[in-house]
Design a protein around this ligand. Structure first.
Ligand SMILES: Cc1ncc(COP(=O)(O)O)c(C=O)c1O
Length: 383
């Protein structure tokens, strides 16, 4: 059996009529950039989050740095985040011109460890950028408390966790803005790139809206800005998909539970941790080998047996060659948990359109790899 890592085409086929109708509507409208579909999707997205504003952008990366810039954060300022995340989190801080300050993650959730944040705060610290990694929200209550105490801003990196919530909080409720990504592989993905900032702050909305469009909110009138617009065709795809997000998350959670049940007795791996009261949306289902030396053999075994497993992310940002490329960066304390995560993680196929057979085959393949480890090593001759 072959188990693919992504289910993009299956998802398209399942709701083809809805997507095609939205694409047709855009094509016939003759308005493909900053047209009515973008405005409509922005309204739908803000309503879905239960927030006032959503600004469609051309990527999730821009959805982090544009609000940082809108808050006046730039050169000389520091933003605290983690290194076991997709590269774009730190990259966005650098694009804004600020210094990326890295602290360790929690060993269980892999999200920023709030107890490590205060030691990293200096007079220059302006913001915290927590990542809701793999689909589980960071501990926003603890993060918010620290932010209030030190007068810091918070931009949530929600690229992997749309539709998730934490115990006693919703995304956006405890921060200045939520940055999300619509690149195809995300839980709400278009056929290409896209992103959005969701916020209750009218100034963040106003400035991001202007910055994304060459610094213009009125035809022919400009200040400094960029081109970071969400195209109408993408907005149409996302508008067709948004009503399905909750049912798709439920499917992801169902497959995650099936993986966790099937792998419960595995001896050589740790399973993902779900914090009580949190809705983990399983953008990725990550297992970790107890021994880092097992990671590459497990990955190779899965790939050799038809399971397209991957790693997210095998090289932590501070371990990338050339780090920090002349950019301003600071590491505070040990990053041992982030480094362990990078050295041991394996992502199993995870998308709503998986079949029970595919999940079970993946489980069997992991367990079969465990059996290969159980085999006694051949004793060297004469030993
Ligand atoms: C945690 C995280 N942050 C930021 C991004 C950047 O999003 P994009 O690729 O849409 O720029 C991604 C995904 O790509 C991500 O996974």
């Amino acid at each position: 059996m072959q188990v693919g890592f992504y289910g993009h085409v299956r998802q398209y086929h399942n709701i083809k009529a809805e997507i095609d109708a939205k694409l047709q509507e855009v094509l016939e409208s003759g308005q493909y950039v900053m047209g009515p579909m973008v405005a409509r999707f922005e309204k739908e997205l803000a309503a879905y989050f239960g927030m006032k504003y959503a600004v469609g952008l051309n990527s999730g990366t821009d959805a982090i740095w544009l609000p940082l810039m809108a808050l006046g954060i730039g050169p000389g300022d520091e933003c605290i985040t983690t290194t076991n995340t997709f590269f774009a989190t730190a990259e966005a801080i650098w694009i804004a011109g600020a210094t990326a300050v890295f602290v360790d993650c929690d060993p269980k959730t892999k999200n920023i460890d709030p107890s490590k944040i205060e030691a990293a705060i200096t007079k220059k610290t302006k913001a915290i950028v927590p990542v809701h990694l793999y689909g589980q929200c960071a501990d926003m209550i603890a993060i918010r408390e620290i932010a209030e105490k030190h007068n810091l801003r918070i931009i949530e990196d929600d690229a992997q966790s749309i539709d998730g919530y934490g115990k006693g909080f919703k995304q956006g409720e405890l921060s200045d803005a939520v940055a999300t990504s619509f690149i195809i592989q995300k839980n709400l993905g278009t056929f290409g790139d896209g992103g959005a900032v969701v916020t209750n702050d009218p100034e963040i909305d106003r400035i991001c809206r202007k910055l994304r469009n060459h610094g213009s909110s009125k035809r022919s009138v400009h200040s400094f800005g960029f081109n970071s617009r969400l195209d109408d065709l993408h907005a149409g795809v996302l508008s067709a998909k948004l009503p399905h997000i909750t049912e798709w998350t439920d499917m992801r959670r169902k497959w995650a539970a099936r993986y966790s049940k099937g792998l419960a007795k595995a001896k050589h791996i740790d399973l993902p941790y779900e914090a009580p009261g949190y809705r983990h949306v399983y953008h990725l289902y990550i297992i970790e080998t107890k021994d880092p030396k097992d990671r590459d053999p497990l990955l190779a075994y899965l790939n050799d047996h038809g399971v397209d497993a991957k790693c997210h992310y095998p090289i932590a940002i501070h371990q990338q060659e050339g780090y920090p490329w002349g950019k301003e960066a600071r590491i505070v304390g040990s990053l041992a948990n982030a480094e362990k995560n990078a050295a041991t993680c394996v992502s199993l196929p995870m998308y709503p359109e998986l079949t029970p057979e595919e999940v079970d085959y993946t489980v069997e393949t992991v367990l079969a790899w465990e059996m290969t480890k159980a085999k006694p090593k051949r004793v060297a001759e004469g030993a």
